[in-house]
Design a protein around this ligand. Structure first.
Ligand SMILES: C[S@@+](CC[C@H](N)C(=O)[O-])C[C@H]1O[C@@H](n2cnc3c(N)ncnc32)[C@H](O)[C@@H]1O
Length: 177
């Protein structure tokens, strides 16, 4: 499935980097959430895996998605509403994440806000994946990211178009007091 559901590069990243704390902006039907958690619980006991999801949950309700995640045995929290409102509040209390998948609103305003807040939850090895990096608003957001502070790699995923992977620039963070 090109746009929804599991994304193999996310599962590979979780496997290779041993990701335990996972955040997804844009949950939709929860199939990608389940797929990422399934991958993480192959490495860690389910109760040590944490998933944080943000969406309007208007197509698929948060209770329906919650039931899917409960079956997995992981810890999870679902944030209902517009990420322009929910994310700035949530980042005040959320832990640093190992992997963040930005796949919510595609306008520049929403994509930029999602990135600006997500980056507050990055540790030195966090990978932030941005879906639909070729879409106009998302592309503009990615182009504006400081290359002094972050390494940005754009790749094409089969049948999905462009995806950006953003990591902290280690030289920069090593020099930051
Ligand atoms: C492309 S779907 C997500 C697909 C999912 N990540 C996957 O891989 O299967 C985009 C989702 O983002 C949500 N969304 C779009 N704009 C949003 C916003 N401003 N705040 C919260 N959710 C938003 C939509 O409700 C939709 O469920």
């Amino acid at each position: 499935m090109p746009w929804y559901g599991s994304h193999s590069y996310l599962n590979e990243y979780i496997r290779e980097r041993h990701c335990r704390k996972i955040m997804e902006i844009g949950v939709y039907n929860g199939e990608n959430a389940v797929s990422m958690v399934e991958t993480a619980i192959q490495i860690f006991p389910p109760q040590e895996v944490e998933y944080y999801g943000f969406d309007f949950f208007s197509y698929y309700g948060s209770s329906e998605i919650g039931r899917k995640l409960e079956k997995m045995g992981c810890k999870f929290r679902l944030f209902v509403g517009n990420t322009l409102d929910t994310l700035p509040e949530a980042v005040k209390t959320l832990p640093e994440m190992d992997l963040i998948f930005i796949d919510g609103g595609k306008s520049f305003k929403v994509a930029e806000s999602d990135w600006r807040n997500s980056r507050l939850l990055m540790h030195d090895r966090t990978g932030v994946f941005v879906h639909n990096a070729g879409f106009w608003g998302v592309r503009r957001m990615v182009e504006n990211i400081s290359r002094d502070k972050y390494r940005v790699k754009i790749f094409r995923a089969l049948s999905e178009g462009s995806v950006a992977l953003i990591k902290k620039n280690r030289i920069d963070s090593a020099c930051t007091v």
